[in-house]
Design a protein around this ligand. Structure first.
Ligand SMILES: Nc1ncnc2c1ncn2[C@@H]1O[C@H](COP(=O)(O)OP(=O)(O)OP(=O)(O)O)[C@@H](O)[C@H]1O
Length: 604
């Protein structure tokens, strides 16, 4: 459905723009509006002065210079020049202040958008519509609110001019007023159609635009640079980027052409109406029904009025486009009704966390990823999740960490159903399979594990030591203050295993009663892996650990192992019990063990 903007929407969005600008820089708004209005008043004063001076000069034109007061004329002229100079200065000041205002409003609005995005639930990020809304909100946050305020000020100036001219009409040739309004109608209609079409096109191309931005990132970021070169993907990705852009440009060009023609037609129609009016006035003058001075003043006014109306329609058009985006921005920000989770409440460890008949379906998926999951985790236990790729281990971990709400069944914490997912998150430290490598200092990378407290260097060091990365971090040029990103001055990089140890250090530093480790040792060397698992009970003593791993050597010592298959728990028990059952776990374990113990000689 083509999106539409009602007059109410437009007024709402304009009020919203003014409010945001006011919140960002009220002195700036007052200064700019004040300067603009002063300039307008100065202009009106200059026009009045000019009219008086023309009246004074008229005798000169008629050849009778005797009645002319030259000193009055010179002083009037000086005032006019001074007014012009002051007007110029005011305009420069206003331009400068507008720039500052625009920057401040930008910062205020983008901060609102980022705050909303940071606060949005993880599940929303699975939805392409959310990404479209986010992108439109980001687009709207760039310059649009300040632009609307500037346009409102400019519109005010145009409205004042139109009112002044209309006032002259009412006293001299009132009957021209409806005709002037009528002649402006085609322009307003064309502007409105174009505005709707541009917005509809932005809507339809939103995903295309995001794909192009993604390709831009692939081509420009350091992280992807090595693989793109190794695979010689540069040209292919560039071609795809080009074709995405070409599609956007084709749509835009077609639209600009179509609406340019419509606008030209509207202008021609409006012009033809004015010519018709001029011809009728001429006929009325000839018939002696209207005096020549009234007709000529009226026609001059009509010309002025129609040109102002044209400007107003253009402004309304531009402002309308901005208002569309502002409506998106307003909706996006307003959708985040929940307050941002504040500083963490004291973390309450649990004795038991149970999943009862838990089901989860990803948005837009046609079948559940998890079905009827029943598992229990007790304080101080190490629980392992194993299963084939795609069996649902990570999804289950995200539910237990309070990142997704279950679509069926319940999570029960110490015999109370979990209703506040934030509480669950507070008491959980997760090392994801695809953990984030923050290109900030090593110190930040660990301290981010616990942002609600002041960073504590000795605890950061202890966390790094526990994860086996302290020695390396201390050997870096600036120790823990070294930036871990080659894109930044004096930045450096870590190896894959070192990054993984840093992510584990972050989890240690979080000091949470529930720890989820999703393939925590995939990048570690065998010695580092063995060291970690040999000490895992001691390192996480008293906490509950959920370990996801494909390495059976590391899960065999867990207190209980759950085997997942296509989103269901098919077996559970200790390693010994599961081996005795000779089910899926035993099969997988023996297959992996056979690979290690194979005595087949290596191929020559
Ligand atoms: N964000 C998502 N949206 C839709 N489907 C998803 C999403 N993430 C995962 N899935 C699907 O859910 C299923 C389970 O994925 P999950 O990542 O939980 O598996 P896993 O057992 O952790 O796999 P692996 O061992 O490969 O890490 C898979 O079929 C996957 O395609």
């Amino acid at each position: 459905m083509t999106p539409r903007l009602t007059v109410r929407d437009m007024c709402g969005a304009a009020v919203h723009a003014v409010r945001m600008s006011w919140a960002a820089d009220r002195r700036g708004v007052l200064t700019v509006v004040g300067l603009q209005l002063t300039t307008a008043v100065g202009l009106a004063g200059a026009l009045l002065l000019l009219r008086g001076m023309v009246g004074d000069v008229m005798p000169l034109a008629r050849g009778g210079g005797a009645g002319v007061d030259l000193s009055r004329l010179v002083s009037g002229l000086s005032v006019l020049v001074a007014l012009g100079a002051v007007g110029g200065i005011l305009q420069s000041l206003s331009g400068m202040r507008q720039q500052i205002l625009t920057d401040r409003v930008d910062r205020h609005v983008i901060s609102l958008v980022l705050r909303t995005a940071a606060h949005t639930e993880l599940l929303e990020f699975e939805d392409p519509d959310f990404h479209d809304q986010l992108q439109r909100a980001v687009h709207a946050s760039r310059r649009e609110p300040a632009k609307v305020v500037m346009m409102l000020v400019a519109m005010l100036q145009v409205a004042l001019t139109v009112l002044a001219i209309a006032g002259v009409f009412i006293t001299m040739a009132w009957w021209l007023l409806p005709l002037a309004a009528l002649s402006a109608l085609p322009l307003f209609k064309a502007a409105k159609d174009r505005r709707n079409a541009v917005y509809a096109m932005h809507h339809s191309l939103a995903e295309n635009h995001r794909r192009r931005q993604y390709l831009e990132q692939l081509l420009t970021r350091r992280d992807e640079a090595k693989e793109i070169r190794a695979l010689n993907l540069g040209a292919t990705l560039h071609t795809r980027w080009d074709s995405e852009y070409a599609q956007e440009l084709t749509g835009m060009t077609r639209l600009i052409r179509t609406y340019a023609w419509r606008e030209i037609s509207a202008k021609l129609l409006s012009g033809a109406m004015i010519v018709g009016v001029i011809a009728s006035v001429w006929a009325l003058v000839n018939a002696g029904m209207v005096s020549l001075p009234a007709a000529s003043t009226g026609l001059a006014g009509l010309w002025l009025l129609s040109s102002r109306m044209g400007t107003a329609s253009q402004m309304l058009n531009n402002m309308g486009q901005s208002l569309y985006f502002l409506k998106d921005l307003h909706n996006f920000v307003a959708a985040a009704v929940e307050p941002l989770p504040g500083p963490a409440a004291p973390v309450r460890p649990f004795r038991t966390l149970r999943a009862r008949d838990l089901t989860f379906t990803y948005p837009g998926a046609n079948r559940p990823t998890l079905h009827g999951i029943d598992i229990s985790l007790h304080q101080g236990e190490i629980i392992a999740l194993v299963g084939a790729n795609g069996s649902g281990k990570t999804t289950l971990a995200k539910l237990l960490a309070g990142l997704y709400a279950p679509t069926g069944g319940t999570l029960v914490r110490d015999s109370h159903p979990v209703t506040d997912l934030h509480q669950l998150r507070h008491c959980c430290a997760v090392v994801f399979q695809d953990f984030v490598r923050y290109k900030l200092t090593a110190h930040d990378n660990i301290a981010f594990g616990r942002v609600d407290d002041q960073p504590h260097h000795s605890r950061i060091r202890y966390a790094a030591e526990s994860a086996g990365v302290a020695t390396h971090l201390e050997s870096l040029p600036d120790g823990y203050q070294t930036v871990l990103g080659r894109e930044f001055t004096d930045g450096t990089d870590l190896s894959g295993g070192q990054w993984q140890k840093l992510a584990i250090a972050r989890a240690f530093y979080r000091d949470a009663p529930f720890v989820i480790l999703d393939e925590p040792t995939a990048a570690l060397d065998p010695q580092a892996e063995a060291d970690l698992f040999a000490r895992i009970r001691q390192l996480f003593a008293g906490r509950t650990v959920l370990l996801i791993s494909h390495r059976f050597s590391s899960v065999r010592s867990a207190d209980r192992i759950y085997v997942l298959d296509s989103g269901r728990v098919i077996e559970h028990g200790t390693h010994t019990q599961l081996m005795r059952t000779q089910g899926r776990y035993a099969d997988l374990f023996l297959t992996q063990a056979a690979g290690y113990l194979s005595t087949t000689p290596p191929a020559p």
